[in-house]
Design a protein around this ligand. Structure first.
Ligand SMILES: C[S@@+](CC[C@H](N)C(=O)[O-])C[C@H]1O[C@@H](n2cnc3c(N)ncnc32)[C@H](O)[C@@H]1O
Length: 240
């Protein structure tokens, strides 16, 4: 099985067994705790007239929010099942959803030929890929951005691992996280210090980076919501 098929199998398994129960999708925070806080960080860098691609958009919760702020939004996903869920649950006249495996740079290039340069929003996708696949994913993103697009990414940071270790020790695994593991999805961490290795300076310009948080939908017995340490980065292709 190719690595791309491994992701397809795992994520199709995950999304096709989702029941829609509240709290089931671990990272599915309401937009004020997700895309809205992200937008505050990247809005000054983007041309809102360019299409925005929500890469690895999941069920479209954040995509739908972004559609109120951008002329055209396209949610892309590896999983056909979640594309159908997003089309049903998070439709809007200026939003479309489609299948795109970020590990297929040729397909990303074909999308660029169709829509031109685009901004890319990517929330907690890169760390789902094996480190060996990061370069291919970034090649796809480079193709989508073209000359004028910017990339905003938010990923779990190196502080997430000790955070989860302590959380699980104290309370056991949150059910939403256990469901991820049941589908043999093995999230890794990205190290925020590696951002310029992943996005080398001869190809990308780092516009801004900093610490952030990923809000989850899991509430602890203490009534606290699980909020995972993260980092964000805003990049564009290097202008020659
Ligand atoms: C943790 S979820 C985040 C979903 C969404 N960005 C959000 O914040 O709600 C990661 C998403 O990446 C998608 N994904 C995994 N591998 C992918 C790939 N190779 N290409 C495109 N999407 C992928 C999964 O189907 C899943 O919906």
């Amino acid at each position: 099985m190719t690595s791309a098929n491994r992701y397809l199998t795992s994520w199709e398994g995950y999304w096709s067994t989702a029941t829609g129960a509240p709290g089931e999708i671990f990272w599915d925070a309401d937009p004020p705790h997700a895309a809205q806080q992200d937008l505050v960080l990247f809005q000054d860098y983007v041309d809102p007239q360019l299409p925005l691609i929500d890469l690895g958009c999941g069920n479209g919760t954040q995509t739908r929010f972004l559609a109120d702020r951008f002329a055209r939004v396209i949610g892309t996903e590896i999983s056909p099942t979640v594309v159908a869920i997003a089309q049903t649950k998070n439709a809007a006249p200026n939003v479309s959803y489609r299948i795109l495996d970020v590990l297929c740079p040729g397909d990303a290039q074909a999308l660029h030929e169709e829509i031109g340069d685009a901004n890319v929003y990517m929330r907690t996708v890169l760390h789902q890929l094996s480190p060996a696949d990061h370069a291919t994913a970034i090649q796809s993103i480079e193709g989508l951005l073209g000359i004028r697009g910017i990339l905003y990414l938010i990923e779990l940071s190196s502080a997430a691992e000790p955070y989860f270790t302590q959380l699980i020790k104290q309370y056991g695994p949150p059910p939403g996280l256990a469901r991820v593991f049941q589908h043999e999805i093995t999230p890794g961490m990205l190290n925020e210090n590696d951002i310029e290795v992943l996005f080398p300076t001869d190809r990308f310009t780092l516009l801004r980076t900093g610490t952030s948080h990923i809000y989850t939908v899991h509430t602890l017995p203490t009534d606290e919501v699980v909020i995972v340490p993260a980092f964000y980065a805003i990049l564009r292709r290097r202008q020659s």
